[in-house]
Design a protein around this ligand. Structure first.
Ligand code: NDP
Length: 324
């Protein structure tokens, strides 16, 4: 049996792994089979992670975090969690491969999943012009007209990046002001290849076997218009990935995992949560990493108190709650 199993592989999970490994807790990290590294794997330049004054590529930053965790003894498994048993002192994690791992504590840091538009054509044309990842798919749209949907930092970043390939990038936003940070807005607004389509919602993605256009609806007068494009990148935010725990852990109104104050303690003793899955507000790589630190320290504290209490988890929980 392990002391701690960490579920996830983004900045929160890997920072928790670094701290837990350095505390000699020999963490097992369940990193997923396909989406290893989390959202930063879909990012190009990361310019706001302290310590990298020239910026760093998202995937490189994640590789470094993983190498750092492994250097201190974290073990990484590339598989998906199929089921979790969280009640009681022994937590059980069943993987898609059928392997079962047990631990005294779990750190849950599964991040968030891309939000979908939920319009006609989106499912059917996914992979045929509909994408959520400019760095993965931008290359396929050389000299084509494409659209990015959204008004946040992700949309600005994707649109700016896509101008390397596309002949024209429309940014479709449902308002007439952007949510994105000033610097990201300015970069996009000044880019000659980007044209903003304000006050507009996508109501349909058109195309038989590949995207051929969008149907847009005005949020001002409900008027419809068609916009011919060969690709559409959806960047309208994310939802916390809680599907494996929504009936096991208390959630907040925003759908994130509820934690106790500034700690990472969930509603189940011995289960801690970190990163985007608990954070509806800040959602930065740095804040996720900090949150992973909190979770590792909370787990370490919990294990120490459980050991002192002779394995009595409820007693450990009571002491941990009173002292942190
Ligand atoms: P945000 O939640 O910040 O923005 C989502 C955008 O999509 C908003 O403009 C929102 O519109 C719009 N939107 C949401 N739902 C719909 C819908 N159904 N139809 C149409 N539009 C919709 O998400 P981001 O992914 O942009 O950013 C998430 C976090 O990651 C933020 O904290 C951001 O700062 C950070 N980030 C930082 C980066 C960087 O610094 N390099 C890069 C990328 C992200 P409305 O404004 O009307 O609500």
């Amino acid at each position: 049996m392990r002391q701690v199993i960490i579920v996830g592989s983004g900045p929160a999970a890997l920072t928790a792994a670094i701290y837990a490994a350095r505390a000699d807790l020999k963490p097992l990290v369940i990193a997923s089979s396909v989406e290893v590294g989390g959202e930063l794997m879909n990012t190009t330049d990361v310019e706001n992670f302290p310590g990298f004054d020239e910026g760093i590529q998202g995937p490189e930053l994640m590789e470094k975090m993983q190498a750092q965790a492994e250097r201190f003894g974290a073990e990484i498994v590339y598989d998906d969690v199929a089921a979790l048993e969280l009640d009681g002192p022994l937590k059980r994690v069943t993987l898609a491969s059928g392997a079962v791992h047990e631990a005294s504590t779990i750190i849950y840091a599964t991040g968030s999943a891309y939000r979908k538009l939920g319009v006609e054509g989106e499912e059917r044309l996914t992979g045929h012009g509909v994408s959520w990842c400019a760095t993965c798919d931008g290359f396929f749209f050389r000299e084509r007209a494409i659209a990015v949907v959204g008004g946040g930092d992700s949309a600005m970043e994707e649109a700016t990046f896509l101008t390397r390939f596309a002949s024209k990038v429309y940014v479709i936003h449902r308002k007439d002001t952007l949510r994105a940070s000033k610097i990201m807005q300015e970069r996009a607004l000044q880019n000659e290849k980007i044209e903003f389509v304000w006050n507009s919602e996508v109501v349909e993605i058109q195309g038989e076997s590949a995207v051929s256009g969008l149907v847009l609806k005005s949020t001002v007068d409900a008027g419809l218009r068609e916009l011919p494009v060969e690709g559409v990148f959806i960047a309208i935010g994310n939802d916390p990935r809680t599907h494996l725990v929504h009936d096991k852990l208390e959630l907040t109104e925003e759908g994130t995992i509820a934690v106790d104050g500034r700690s990472s303690r969930t509603s189940v003793p011995g289960v801690f949560a970190a990163g985007d899955v608990i954070d509806p507000t800040y959602r930065q790589a740095v804040t996720a990493a900090a949150s992973g630190t909190v979770a590792a320290l909370d787990a370490e504290h919990f294990l120490a108190l459980a050991a002192q209490s002779g394995g009595d988890e409820q007693a450990a929980r009571a002491v941990a709650t009173a002292t942190v």
